[in-house]
Design a protein around this ligand. Structure first.
Ligand SMILES: NC(=O)c1ccc[n+]([C@@H]2O[C@H](COP(=O)([O-])OP(=O)(O)OC[C@H]3O[C@@H](n4cnc5c(N)ncnc54)[C@H](O)[C@@H]3O)[C@@H](O)[C@H]2O)c1
Length: 280
């Protein structure tokens, strides 16, 4: 049976680890051909080795790319076109935690590095992928990884949160420009996802963070991968300029003044509060 992404050519940045790697393997299962891009060569090549072990021998390749450098992003797009003949999908997912600490002690160097890896990269990816997609004249899908940290406070450092908010804004604005060319531009805002970026090899230390959302399962890379496949597929052909939260209800839960979920006394028993009407 044909997959959701049958014969589409995709680039996935940050494909050497975490949700990027899971998305590479899922896109391959859905029939895509995938150029894995990452600054970490060992991990990127390991993703391709995993793909081969899963029987996707000729449909995955690796290119080393620093997504913050324009010449390298242009070369990444050219490598995908050279290897697979065209470009249908670009998932701009690579990222780091970036600068953290009090605002009074955040360095310009740390701030600029964070914005280079998280925002300049998305601008460069959109620029070069859209040029290629317009050349091939068969539409396309550009997806980025934002974060719930770009939507509300309290989820990331100052620099990280501001950078992810910029990704959401860029997604809306570029989507309107590219829509006439049938190139869709969307983003995913993950909640708390168990990847090396978050747990650094020790997931057991982050149980409290993994339990923050109302959904009882831990967020995993595969939860991002399946939504990414939908957003990049023709099933989502009328969806553009959108940022989709994939967070197990984390933001739906909101500020939880009365306590989250079952701890909320308003949810314990049915009734009506008539306010100051005098009715009991
Ligand atoms: N894990 C979470 O809870 C979470 C939540 C919201 C958003 N995100 C975002 O998801 C994306 C993927 O992160 P992850 O959690 O899978 O982390 P990860 O560390 O497992 O993977 C990130 C990958 O990006 C690569 N990378 C970093 N800088 C790069 C550069 N300059 N050029 C090319 N590649 C580079 C790394 O080598 C790594 O392979 C990031 O954009 C991150 O900000 C993560």
């Amino acid at each position: 049976m044909a997959g959701r992404l049958q014969d589409k050519v995709a680039i996935i940045t940050g494909g050497g680890s975490g949700m990027g790697r899971d998305t590479v393997l899922h896109f391959l299962d859905e029939g895509a051909r995938v150029m894995v891009a990452d600054i970490n060569e060992d991990n990127g090549r390991q993703t391709v080795a995993l793909a081969k072990a899963q029987g996707h021998a000729d449909r995955a390749a690796f290119v080393r790319c620093d997504v913050a450098e324009e010449a390298e992003v242009a070369a990444m797009v050219a490598a995908a076109e050279r290897t697979f003949g065209t470009l249908d999908i670009t998932y701009l997912n690579a990222g780091v935690g970036g600068a953290f600490g009090p605002i009074g002690e955040t360095t310009v160097e740390g701030w600029d590095y964070t914005f280079a890896v998280l925002v300049r990269s998305v601008f460069l990816g959109m620029k070069h992928a859209s040029q290629a997609m317009r050349r091939h004249d068969r539409g396309g899908a550009i997806l980025s990884t934002a974060s719930v940290a770009g939507i509300v406070g309290g989820a990331g450092s100052h620099a990280y949160s501001a950078a992810k908010a910029a990704v959401i804004s860029l997604t809306q604005n570029v989507a309107t420009e590219l829509a006439p060319h049938r190139i869709r531009v969307n983003a995913i805002a993950p909640g708390v996802i168990s990847t090396p970026l978050l747990h650094r090899g020790k997931p057991e230390k982050f149980e409290a963070q993994f339990r923050r959302q109302p959904w009882p399962e831990r967020g995993e890379g595969r939860h991002i991968a399946t939504v990414a496949a939908f957003l990049c597929s023709d099933d989502a052909r009328f969806v553009t300029g959108e940022t989709v939260k994939v967070d197990g209800g984390l933001l739906a839960q909101g500020i939880a003044i009365w306590g989250a979920g079952a701890e909320n006394p308003l949810l314990r028993a049915p009734g009506v509060n008539y306010g100051s009407t005098g009715r009991r």
